[in-house]
Design a protein around this ligand. Structure first.
Ligand SMILES: Cc1cc2nc3c(=O)[nH]c(=O)nc-3n(C[C@H](O)[C@H](O)[C@H](O)COP(=O)(O)OP(=O)(O)OC[C@H]3O[C@@H](n4cnc5c(N)ncnc54)[C@H](O)[C@@H]3O)c2cc1C
Ligand code: FES
Length: 259
């Protein structure tokens, strides 16, 4: 068994399911207790065997967590994610977290809707688990029916999830912000996570009327504020996604500078 180092614990991959479209759900179990996890927080994740290879741990939002386990949703996009999902059950992992100080926090009495795009559904599933009693609508937008397995999996966790696809091949036709707009209700606050074009569309559609809190992605080296690789330009200066976020008030972020 490996020793824990500060924020880092050893976790064992106990469950892995392929959901289609290059997306997997992965569940880890830890022997040491994990601190309480807040919605929007993330872990830096990688198998222990990466020690012998110049691999940095990769950031993933928590979908669900408890004191002795954590679940992630991972889309294979490159070398790191490909290697992680190839691991067998029982593989020993480094789990650094939970990380992030900017999280999703609900204000009682304010109407709230969630808008997810693609793999951005991950942190919003965690937010739903915490705050489903005050969330009036949750729209999950995807490109096409390649995401059917992920949509079914998400629907099993979220009652009343609205699925929308760009080409109309899954759920209703349209982008997630358009579908939420068609629902027509005034919303005090929107929580969003997804690709930058979707975040821009959410801001163009609802900015100035609703408070939009978005979980941002950036390339991360350390996840703990030490390497400056994850900075984003905001009205408050350059902020670190890992330390100051990952959840930000979107009106403060220079969206055109996001990659
Ligand atoms: C706070 C946070 C939470 C995240 N949560 C999830 C999650 O729940 N599920 C999930 O699948 N992914 C999530 N990501 C993105 C995930 O970390 C990257 O996809 C992963 O690190 C890519 O590693 P790789 O080695 O496979 O890809 P690489 O080989 O490093 O890169 C492959 C491609 O992916 C792009 N890419 C790499 N890292 C990122 C990144 N951090 N953000 C955006 N694009 C990137 C690269 O530009 C390149 O085009 C999150 C990122 C952050 C910052
Ligand atoms: S990832 Fe190192 S400072 Fe944010």
């Amino acid at each position: 068994m490996q020793c824990s180092r500060g924020l880092e614990r050893e976790g064992f991959l106990i469950d892995k399911a392929f959901l289609g479209g290059g997306v997997y759900s992965l569940r880890f179990e830890t022997q040491e207790l994990l601190p309480a996890i807040l919605p929007g927080q993330f872990f830096m994740v990688g198998p222990h065997r990466w020690k012998s290879d110049p691999f940095l741990l990769r950031p993933f939002a928590v979908v669900d967590g408890s004191e002795n386990g954590v679940e992630f949703l991972m889309k294979v996009v490159g070398r790191g994610t490909k290697d992680i999902v190839s691991c067998e059950r029982g593989t020993s992992f480094r789990l650094r977290g939970p990380l992030g100080n900017g999280v999703f926090t609900a204000t009682r009495g304010r109407s709230l809707a969630l808008v997810a795009g693609g793999i951005g559904v991950a942190p919003l599933l965690c937010a739903w688990k915490f705050h489903s009693d005050v969330i009036s609508s949750f729209v999950f937008g995807v490109s096409n029916r390649d995401w059917a397995g992920v949509a079914d999996w998400a629907s099993s966790k979220v009652s009343g999830l609205t699925v929308a696809s760009d080409d109309g091949s899954l759920g209703c036709k349209g982008t997630a912000p358009d579908v939420l707009k068609k629902e027509g209700d005034f919303i005090d606050e929107i929580w969003a996570c997804g690709p930058v074009p979707m975040l821009k569309a959410v801001y163009e559609t609802f900015g100035g009327k609703s408070l939009i809190m978005a979980s941002l992605e950036s390339r991360m080296g350390c996840g703990i504020g030490g390497c400056h690789s994850c900075t984003v330009k905001t009205q408050r200066g350059m902020l670190k996604v890992c330390h100051d976020g990952p959840v930000f008030d979107l009106s403060e972020v220079f969206l055109d500078e996001l990659i």
